[in-house]
Design a protein around this ligand. Structure first.
Ligand code: GLV
Length: 321
């Protein structure tokens, strides 16, 4: 019976797959590469020559090497909004379609970005540690935090997540401006084509853009210096958009005021120097994860796979055939 279901390859199970595996497995027959004792290349060579569809998450690299082992591949469905784990030029060359999580996580990501900014400015996590360490009766009053309203916030990447962040922060009384590849039509926020200039005119930068060759290490020492000693950086995009070594150095040396980080260059490794800094809030790449978004994600992933296997248009295509 399972063998009659459309076949989908999974190299490593995405969290939504693990959570809703029973439902997924009623609709598709999954080739479970991660359970095989064989090295991936051998598993693919032995079992996956006829595979037409792959389901993956953002932490499973779909490299040129993997693609070479999948000669029949026509579709990659990724549970992520980001696409930096997929060899896009090779997919284009081979006309392999891609469907992503699209805008499904935008609200959740924007909520966490605002939460991180609020936490860094008002020192919520640091104050929590102060109480838990029993320091209130000993040291008395805790250091005051800084007001969110009135802050000039520069959003780097005004896509659907960036726009949701802007909407939320406007409601808190922040003054929004942005940097992105081009100026957006119908957007009245001031646009800076140069991210350094945006930083120089902002109290906080929020990184919401995709990781590409152009954005890798775009937030470098020069940008951080422009942001200044009171400036705060929030990153819910990808770790490598910031030069992490420079970021750590700037934080340790007090060149910037603080950071709220959901993403890192070498996840799950986080620079240990950050652990002792009270002006840094750390979060383990969970901006997208809420049970509510998972249930929407399940529907979208299944919808994309069903559309593909019945020759209908994908629900959230990134690259078209
Ligand atoms: O980081 C998560 C995603 O890209 O969806």
């Amino acid at each position: 019976m399972a063998d009659q279901l459309p076949q989908v390859l999974v190299l490593r199970p995405p969290p939504v797959f693990t959570l809703l595996e029973t439902q997924f497995s009623q609709k598709f027959h999954f080739l479970r590469a991660w359970e095989s004792p064989l090295p991936t290349a051998d598993f693919l060579a032995t079992h996956a020559a006829s595979v037409k569809a792959v389901l993956c998450s953002g932490d499973t690299p779909i490299t040129g090497d993997i693609l070479r082992h999948l000669p029949s591949l026509q579709l990659i469905v990724t549970t992520s909004a980001g696409l930096n784990h997929i060899n896009l030029p090779e997919c284009r060359r081979r006309s392999i379609s891609i469907a992503s999580a699209g805008e499904i996580f935008s609200d959740d990501c924007a909520d966490l970005a605002v939460g991180l900014l609020m936490d860094v400015l008002r020192k919520i996590s640091a104050a929590d540690r102060f109480i838990r360490a029993g320091l209130w009766p000993i040291r008395g009053e805790y250091r005051l935090g800084s007001k969110l309203g009135g802050k000039r916030v520069g959003i780097v990447g005004l896509g659907s997540i960036g726009l949701e962040v802007a909407k939320r922060l406007e409601a808190f009384g922040c003054i929004i401006s942005y940097n992105s590849r081009r100026k957006k039509a119908n957007i009245s926020y001031p646009f800076y084509s140069n991210v350094c200039e945006l930083a120089a005119n902002s109290n906080a930068l929020i990184i919401c853009c995709a990781l590409t060759d152009e954005t890798c290490h775009m937030i470098n020492k020069e940008v951080m210096k422009a942001l200044g000693k009171e400036g705060v950086i929030i990153n819910i995009g990808r770790g490598s958009i910031i030069d992490e070594k420079e970021l750590v150095q700037c934080l340790v040396q007090g060149e910037i005021g603080g950071a709220g980080l959901d993403v890192f260059e070498n996840e799950p490794d986080v620079p240990r120097e950050l652990f002792t800094l009270d002006n840094v809030v750390l979060s383990p790449h969970v901006a997208v994860y809420t049970p509510e978004s998972f249930s929407d994600l399940y529907d979208l992933m299944v919808g994309n796979l069903e559309a593909f296997f019945s020759n209908k248009p994908l629900l959230s295509p990134v690259l078209d055939e």
